[in-house]
Design a protein around this ligand. Structure first.
Ligand code: 9MR
Length: 358
């Protein structure tokens, strides 16, 4: 008899494993969500634009994702579709399909589109890396790319991350192909070319690590203040804010307030709050972690909401649900960095965002 029950137990365990669908999240969030209130959305509750970086594949294939994007956010950034390699894979080839899809989706749903990103050390396609030419030829390459892209989206994309991540961790200019070929002026030239192509577009310098401390932050602030002093058309500063639950509030406040002190518009441009920065492989998302994440989102929003109104360009989360985040794939660890869980339920972090403007 004992053997018989053991057999049934074994069959049940084995079958429940098989029943797990292919689409089941790798790291399901436990039951740590807040009740759905149909009268509340982020875009209706917040007094500044609230955006998400989005992925076209998910917009097309996952209805709950698309629904949350439409319902909760009023500003969109392409997570990848407007990067150099994606738009300009060969010298004489531009591929607009994906970016156009996103812009059209935004138009149909009445969302602002923020362009990301024109010039980034990380993203040049191999034809750029292998390009042979003198300084004038490199200058033309830079100008053609920026102006072709901006002109294509003129009137549809209101703002651009013109240059992304040009400052290294030690606060100096990061070594990259653009610096090597054009010198430090590649940055001011990028802004000038962008402004020529669309004088109405708001132009941002975007970087991460303002909250790490003064070393990198001072390098970033010096760069944007120098650009301003030279009369270069720069209108905003993007703080990516890929941060973590145990980042000190003071560091976050210093990051936001020093950016605001430049007088530029401030975009918290790529927020997520990682819950597992130490890469613990068997970590689970607990009520305690959820509460800490909620508090960190709340602090960030409260601090942003306190800078002058006309400088509040908005806050953008780097994708939507926990399973959409680049973090899990990049670091191969469980993590829950976003305000929505794997199934697009609202987390405590969502409530934290709402509480930040109370
Ligand atoms: O989330 C993006 C990921 O899907 C891409 O593979 C990666 C490389 O293009 O870029 C990620 O987004 C980055 C953003 O463009 C710039 N700041 C850092 C972001 C996370 O790496």
């Amino acid at each position: 008899m004992k053997k018989y029950w053991l057999l049934i137990w074994a069959v049940v365990v084995a079958t429940s494993g098989c029943l797990k669908g292919q689409d089941d999240p790798v790291f399901p969030s436990p039951d740590l969500t807040i009740p759905q209130d149909e009268n509340v959305t982020l875009q209706s509750a917040l007094p500044f634009p609230i955006g998400a970086a989005v992925n076209n594949g998910l917009i097309r294939s996952r209805a709950p994702y698309r629904d949350v994007v439409i319902k909760e956010f009023n500003s969109l950034t392409a997570e990848n579709a407007m990067k150099f390699s994606q738009l300009h894979p060969a010298e004489n080839t531009y591929t607009w399909t994906e970016a156009d899809f996103l812009v059209e989706f935004a138009r149909q749903n009445n969302k602002r589109v923020h362009g990301h990103t024109l010039i980034w050390y990380k993203n040049p396609p191999s034809w750029v890396m292998n390009y042979q030419g003198d300084a004038a030829a490199w200058d033309r390459l830079l100008k053609n790319h920026i102006q072709t892209v901006i002109s294509h989206f003129k009137g549809k994309v209101v703002s651009w991350d013109v240059v992304n991540e040009a400052i290294a961790e030690n606060g100096t200019l990061r070594d990259c192909i653009w610096l090597q070929k054009l010198g430090p002026e590649y940055i001011s030239k990028s802004f000038i070319y962008a402004h020529e192509a669309d004088p109405d577009a708001l132009l941002f310098y975007n970087d991460y690590g303002h909250e790490y401390g003064p070393t990198k932050r001072n390098g970033i602030l010096k760069l944007v203040n120098d650009l301003k002093a030279q009369g270069v058309p720069i209108h905003g500063i993007g703080l990516q804010m890929h941060t973590r639950y145990n980042m000190a509030d003071k560091n976050i406040a210093d990051a936001i307030n020093t950016a605001a002190a430049t007088g530029l518009k401030v975009h918290i441009a790529e927020v997520e709050i990682s819950m597992n920065p130490d890469n613990i492989q068997d970590l689970t998302y607990s009520a305690g972690l959820a509460a800490q994440q909620k508090a960190k989102y709340e602090f960030l929003v409260r601090t942003f909401n306190a800078i002058p109104k006309n400088q509040q360009f908005g806050i953008t989360t780097w994708n939507v649900g926990d399973s959409d985040s680049w973090i899990r794939g990049e670091y191969n660890r469980p993590d829950w960095p976003l305000p929505f869980d794997d199934n697009y339920n609202r987390k405590a972090a969502y409530q934290g965002i709402l509480d930040g403007v109370k």
